[in-house]
Design a protein around this ligand. Structure first.
Ligand SMILES: [Zn+2]
Ligand SMILES: [Zn+2]
Length: 1005
């Protein structure tokens, strides 16, 4: 107790309370615990330096001293007592209610020895080990470098308020000040720009990471923040939400025990989130409210999954007494690790713009069309291939990773689902989980938070590249458009319900209608259950309006309709449930109904799926006729009769649709939401031409076609799909065409996606190929999004004989073969614009003269190959011909240059004797060269072909059967069964890895 300048103490008489005098070294922050408020002051003497005595002040009337104390001055504290701190082993000085704080007059004091029986007044700090964090024991791990903060004192001026509720300010334009680790209610009212503060024993943290660049000063409970100068600024009037927000930030520090780097990141994230959602989606107080266990605030719920990862479990709570009293000092600000920003919450508008920016930055015609292929394409084909492309961005493509957040709202203008925040909206395609569409309209208005999603950008480009040579010139791109949307599984997302009344007033998809005048009589809710059996496409349709309704010419209206059957009669709301259904007029009739959704009721489109039971809810005056409207208002009666419907009902804008609960559904109804599929034999046969078919398939390619190209009459999209079927080892491919008014196609028809197509029109082309078209009856449902990473499976390696097995044969495969002979070789130069043959490289087309200046070379070669099991005729085109002929790029270019003069060289090799038929005007040396080449071993050699069947699997004329053929063998003729020739289109050519491998293969057969 030599630290005291003077002590007056009578140990023998305990009832006399001692006075304590000394120099005020420092004092702690004002602490408000649940039980009481207190602060600690430290008195000390000049010799020996550093020793001090702590006094706890916790009498409410004395707390005001905290504002008046001045470190460095000498004080006397009267009538103190010694007390034991609850939860601590040691005893300390405390003021009594009658204690006084007086300035010290040295002449009035007398120094005495202190004799204290029992436990030491100030415990040896070593004897009270601080409950250490689990991290401390591990020692510094190499990847998370633990730093120590520096304890110092600082005086400076507040220059800016960064986040008032979170206690963040700017000091002297170069430092940040975080008051959150003190209880700073009192300070919050005072601190504003212009105020000078003295910070005692404040922690300095540098490079905390998480997006904060400047050094941070953060006082813990050990040191007080002293006001040293007032501000000229008028204090801001605090809105109530700012006060209430403060409690969430306090909760982060005091309950969730966030370290400073994480706290700073969390305050930024909450600020971003508030900008995204408040005040239109949510009120500030709803978003940033204090979370109690039964009533968690939304802000904290959104952050929770990330905080769970960032906060190590088992960190002890703060020990306020220990933090102030103990030496060496322990507090949450002492050690910290630099934070890698875990994620961010971009606004939807920012996310959309960034997606577009990246999609166009990576748009390169030369990458989309590799040169060897592009150099042989005429301009229409070139531009068609560039017309549509897509890109899928995963969160991992961004640093830091974005978290998707928005309120789910169905668009009543477009019918699609959207995520919305204050910045805008982003279309989205949702699945509850793979194969499961979303059916519950209660999701409307919920906040969706997803860390796993696919950000899809579909690029549409209108270009007029004359040929491949100009592909690097962007001037030929006339128009570009991007469609951005997200795809996600609700199973991967956090769904948070948003307080209703606020949402309704601000983000309801229904425009605020002029309230209909309340109808006479009581207002009741009525509902009726229906089982949905079929949904038709969402498209613009014409409706006949009753003549009396309007004199305007009716416009096509976005709409869809569904076919279903009523389950029971109309029910009325009774309390919170539904009353018994009204009896049907005719118990036996299966009451089919056609429900028509137009206007803003198209917003239900994404929730309605065949095989599910829904409840149609309407409120209004009680009327028996509510769900029994006649058909006259919506469409003529004739189609209804054809559909076997009793009634047609237009769903009113204000009606709602709910998913029926399981107890609502009668058991008799064997409801199975399996999707009906046409059998493959029905699909790929000529019998049922012009019928409607349904199937699920994986999309292989997606191509936009302009009118006038490759037979397309109208602008259309051609999807090539691989049918999903258990019967076939190799799924057959089929083409599906989408034309206006179904353009642009629904979201999600991306290569790699699995899609269910319901009621497509099946057609047969003139070349007997089956293909399908979108009709108004068609409904599409995405079952699986494309995989995040596409690993193209290698083609199966087969023997050619396997191709004779009909349906079991793969459509695409690879085979190791030997080239037996060449049938024909064509080399030509065509106009890039009109594809006429160009002698001397000029388009000969007159009247009208062709505008094109460029010609492109094209080549094809037909080969007979065999692999010991069967023979096949393979057609190779363009750059593949160079590979077949074994020419290097420069040789291939000069060969084509020789052809440019005549414009066309065609060679026919007839039979094994290889008599040559060539187009007449060819130079002899060129013909001779090609003839020699095609009959030499540099062409007739082993090769590995990847190919597809020339005959599409969708072709419906039957395969030629093997036929008997007569051969002459010496003197005797004999008959043998000859299989039809297999015709293949080459996809690529590889040289065999071991030239001898083919021989081994043949001998092993
Ligand atoms: Zn501290
Ligand atoms: Zn031309």
């Amino acid at each position: 107790m030599t630290a005291l300048l003077s002590t007056f103490f009578r140990s023998k008489h305990r009832n006399v309370q001692p006075n304590l005098a000394g120099n005020l070294i420092r004092f702690s922050a004002l602490v408000q615990s649940r039980k009481k408020a207190y602060f600690v002051l430290f008195l000390g003497g000049s010799s020996p330096a550093g020793s001090q005595v702590s006094v706890i002040v916790q009498v409410p009337a004395q707390l005001v001293w905290h504002r008046t104390l001045c470190p460095g001055r000498d004080y006397v504290l009267t009538e103190l007592r010694v007390s034991k701190l609850p939860g601590h082993r040691y005893r300390v000085w405390m003021t009594s209610p009658s204690s006084q704080l007086l300035p010290l007059k040295p002449e009035c004091v007398r120094e005495l020895e202190i004799e204290l029986a029992g436990a030491p007044l100030e415990a040896n700090p070593q004897s009270l080990p601080w409950p250490s964090c689990p991290q401390d024991k591990k020692g510094p791990s190499p990847d998370c470098l633990v730093r120590d903060s520096i304890l110092l004192s600082y005086t400076g001026m507040v220059t800016d308020t960064l986040n008032q509720p979170a206690g963040l300010y700017e000091l002297d334009r170069k430092l940040e000040l975080c008051l959150a680790y003190q209880q700073f209610h009192g300070l919050r009212r005072v601190v504003r720009p212009g105020v000078r503060l003295e910070l005692q024993d404040v922690h300095l943290l540098q490079s905390v990471g998480g997006g904060t660049r400047r050094p941070i000063l953060a006082p813990c409970l050990r040191g007080a923040v002293l006001l040293r100068g007032f501000s000229h600024q008028v204090p801001e009037t605090q809105s109530s939400h700012q006060v209430s927000q403060g409690s969430l930030y306090e909760q982060l520090v005091w309950e969730h025990q966030l370290g400073l780097p994480v706290y700073l990141w969390a305050t930024k994230a909450l600020k971003d989130l508030a900008c995204k959602l408040c005040p239109h989606v949510l009120r500030y107080h709803q978003f940033l409210k204090y979370s109690s266990p039964g009533d968690p605030g939304l802000g904290l719920q959104i952050l929770a999954p990330i905080l769970e990862v960032l906060i190590p479990p088992g960190c002890p709570g703060r020990n306020t007494h220990g933090e102030i009293l103990e030496e060496p000092h322990h507090c949450p600000l002492q050690k910290y690790t630099q934070l890698q920003t875990p994620c961010f919450f971009p606004t939807l508008a920012v996310l959309k713009e960034e997606a577009k920016r990246r999609a166009w930055a990576s748009f390169d015609p030369k990458t989309l069309l590799p040169l060897p292929e592009a150099s042989h394409l005429p301009s229409w084909q070139l531009n068609q291939r560039l017309a549509w492309s897509w890109q899928c961005l995963l969160p991992s493509a961004f640093h830091p990773a974005p978290v998707l957040l928005g309120v789910l709202v169905p668009s009543s203008r477009k019918g699609c689902l959207q995520l919305r925040d204050q910045s805008g909206s982003l279309s989205c395609l949702l699945l509850a989980q793979p194969l499961q569409p979303i059916t519950d309209p209660r999701l409307i208005g919920c906040l969706v938070r997803a860390e796993r999603f696919q950000l899809v950008i579909e690029r549409n480009v209108r270009s007029n590249f004359p040929s491949w040579k100009e592909l690097s010139t962007t001037d030929f791109i006339q128009k570009k458009q991007a469609r951005v949307y997200v795809q996600l599984l609700l199973a991967d997302a956090l769904i948070l319900s948003v307080p209703r009344p606020v949402l309704q007033s601000a983000t309801s998809s229904i425009p605020p209608r002029t309230e209909p005048s309340p109808p006479e009589g009581p207002h009741v809710e009525q509902s009726r259950l229906f089982l949905l059996s079929h949904k038709e496409a969402l498209m613009k349709r014409n409706f006949s309006v009753p003549p009396s309704a309007s004199s305007e010419v009716p416009q096509p209206t976005l709409s869809f309709h569904i076919l279903g059957s009523w389950l029971g009669g109309t029910q009325r709301k009774e309390g919170t449930g539904w009353g018994p259904p009204e009896p049907k007029e005719d118990e036996n009739s299966d009451q089919k109904v056609l429900l028509l959704f137009l206007g803003s009721s198209v917003r239900w489109f994404e929730f309605l799926h065949p095989g599910h039971v829904y409840r149609l809810v309407a409120s209004g005056p009680p009327t028996l006729m509510l769900f029994k409207e006649g058909g006259s208002s919506c469409m003529s009666q004739r189609p209804l009769e054809l559909a076997g419907c009793e009634s047609c009902l237009t769903v009113q804008d204000e009606w709602t649709v709910e998913l029926a609960s399981s107890q609502d559904i009668p058991e008799v109804l064997g409801i199975c939401p399996t999707l009906p599929e046409s059998s493959l034999t029905d699909l790929l046969s000529g019998n049922f031409a012009d019928s409607l078919v349904s199937f699920s398939a994986e999309i292989v390619s997606h191509l936009w076609m302009k009118p006038g190209t490759s037979g397309a009459v109208k602008r259309c999209v051609k999807l090539t799909v691989a049918l999903e079927t258990a019967d076939y080892k190799f799924p057959p491919h089929l083409d599906v065409y989408i034309e206006d008014p179904h353009l642009p196609p629904p979201l999600g028809l991306l290569p790699g996606a699995r899609v269910y197509f319901h009621q497509l029109e099946k057609r047969v082309s003139r070349s007997h190929n089956v293909y399908c078209c979108f009709r108004s009856s068609t409904c599409v449902q995405v079952l699986h999004f494309p995989p995040d990473t596409t690993v193209s499976a290698p083609l199966p390696h087969i023997y050619l004989a396997e191709l004779l097995q009909g349906d079991k044969a793969p459509f695409r495969a690879t085979a190791s073969c030997h080239v037996v002979s060449v049938f024909s070789l064509h080399l030509l130069w065509v106009c890039a614009h009109c594809t006429s043959i160009c002698p001397q490289g000029r388009c000969p087309r007159q009247s009208p003269t062709c505008p094109a200046q460029t010609s492109v070379s094209q080549a094809s070669i037909r080969l007979l190959v065999e692999d010991g099991t069967a023979e096949a005729v393979v057609t190779c085109r363009n750059h593949q011909v160079a590979a077949v002929l074994g020419l290097c790029p420069s040789e291939w270019t000069s060969l084509l240059e020789f052809v440019r003069g005549p414009g066309k060289v065609a060679l026919q090799f007839t039979g094994p004797g290889t008599q040559l038929e060539s187009s007449a005007e060819v130079d002899e040396p060129l013909t001779l060269f090609l003839w020699t080449l095609c009959t030499s071993f540099s062409v007739l050699r082993p090769m590995v072909f990847s190919f597809e069947l020339e005959r599409k699997p969708s072709k419906i004329i039957p395969l030629e059967a093997p036929r008997l053929q007569q051969f002459q063998c010496g003197e005797s003729p004999f008959l043998t069964r000859v299989n039809p020739k297999i015709r293949l289109s080459c996809l690529s050519i590889q040289e065999p890895e071991h030239p001898s491998a083919l021989g081994a293969l043949v001998s092993s057969c």
